[in-house]
Design a protein around this ligand. Sequence first.
Ligand code: CDT
Length: 318
Amino acid sequence: MTRHLTVGAAQLGPIAREETRERVVERLMSLLHESAERGVDLVVYPELALTTFFPRWYIEDQVEIEGWFEAEMPGPATKPLFDEAARLGIGFCLGYAELFTDAEGRTHRYNTQILVERDGSVVGRFRKVHIPGHEENEPGRPFQHAERHYFEPGPDGFRVWRAFGGIIGMAICNDRRWPETYRVLGLQGAELVLIGYNTPLHYSPDPTQNALQAFHNHLVMQAGAYQNGTWVVGVAKGGIEEGVDSLAHTVIIAPSGQIVAQTVTTGDELTVARIDLDHTKMYKETLFDFDRYRMPEHYGLISEQRGVVVPPDIDGGA
Ligand code: CDT
């Protein structure tokens, strides 16, 4: 089996609040058809790709909230995408808001991404772990980022799947800012990490970061790729959506940390790269040969402790 894969990063422009799932799926299909023309094996769509980024509003009505979620995948609106992708022999990664009912009948709301193979079978499902923003309404902000009102953290952590001839992991938006995300995937041999995101340019808690959004976006994903010897695909929903300007800058990043493909607009746009999964070995078997060089006996704090604890005995002495 070849270790080469042609990957498409299918950036979306804004999705209006009133835009139907069916209309959005038409846009996804248009990018899918372009993917077919360009020989893509796997196309990656953004986080919450079926709707507008609704956490910018603080909604309390449960029926209205559930209207933003998918209780089944594929559902009636998304089935045409699954069918067309299978007909074309193209796999895809899709982000959406998932309403999940567990064995005890309790419902859970997750920010989810699925990985679908070229035959239309779902091979992996990832639920966002790091949920950013706030739980309560904060009317002083120009817009909300109430993800913590809408989503539980994913209970399954960071996993990898054998698919597309390689080892594939997933993460969603804020997960990409945390080095632990990539390292946990890297320790499972991830060769390709698929990440969708919605990142407003304005960051209310510290607006000095607004001008640095594009820099930070690439900084974290390039570092994650390099330090773990993995390909990373980061896909945006960008542009001015319901008055909120969001970062585009969709990228495909090599295990060297170099950007090999990037979008140039803030709208619907496909950028493509032919990637060699064996390229990962250049880093996994040399500088970042984990088994040879990592020192986990010195990393215990990373999993034992959440916040900062300054040791009491740091003054004086060597
Ligand atoms: N969707 C998402 O996770 N966005 C966050 C915005 C910053 S936190 C308010 C991100 O990390 O890009």
